[in-house]
Write a protein that binds this ligand. Structure first.
Ligand code: AMP
Length: 193
């Protein structure tokens, strides 16, 4: 099994690069943002609760997203590995993920952290907002709040994995293919390909 975290601030290209990575390496994509948006679309109680936080650019409570990831892991016992996208976003989530994976006799092998400047992030997100249909991409105040949440709560998650020497920083600016090649180099190195 090979389990990968694709890490980086909102707008750093996690979704785009995740699609390419899962198809090349045969991993199961677990994006908490996508899971939450599908709960909202289905108007479930969880979705209705999560929406209050997402509309303000705030993080959804840890227990909600940890529960969702736990169910998704259980639902995919045959997966060759997982790509976590947008999760974990707090240290509590990172610790919970370690415990869940340990129960399945596995763990995180690598965290790839995409580096993108803040002005580039805001411009990408506003641009994405024109077509994504995501209300949290349309409003610069909400975008800045999401980036602030990243600095306040999420960037520390990279420090958590650095302690275990699992983090590789990759430049997230350039063409999609250039960034993808840089990510693949790190995956291949780590997985011994
Ligand atoms: P994303 O699609 O990853 O940009 O996530 C969109 C929004 O969903 C975020 O701004 C948060 O409100 C919420 N969200 C997604 N993943 C998480 C997570 N791991 N922890 C808390 N909130 C999350």
């Amino acid at each position: 099994m090979f389990n990968l975290i694709l890490f980086g601030p909102p707008g750093s290209g996690k979704g785009t690069q995740s699609e390419k990575l899962i198809s090349k390496y045969g991993l199961k994509h677990l994006s908490t943002g996508d899971l939450l948006r599908s709960e909202i679309a289905g108007q479930t109680p969880l979705g209705l609760e999560a929406r209050n936080f997402m509309d303000k650019g705030q993080l959804v409570p840890d227990e909600v997203v940890i529960g969702m990831i736990s169910s998704a892991l259980d639902a995919n016992p045959e997966a060759a590995g997982f790509l976590f996208d947008g999760f974990p976003r707090t240290e509590a989530q990172a610790e919970a993920l370690d415990k869940l994976l340990k129960l399945k006799k596995t763990g995180i092998h690598l965290m790839l952290a995409l580096d993108v400047s803040e002005e580039e992030l805001v411009s990408r997100l506003l641009n994405r907002g024109k077509t994504s249909g995501r209300s949290d991409d349309n409003n610069e105040t909400v975008i800045r709040a999401r980036i602030a949440e990243y600095h306040k709560k999420t960037s520390a998650v990279a420090d958590y994995y650095k302690k275990f020497d699992k983090v590789k920083q990759v430049k997230g600016e350039g063409s999609i293919d250039e960034i993808f090649a840089a990510l693949c180099k790190e995956v291949d190195r780590k997985s011994g390909k």
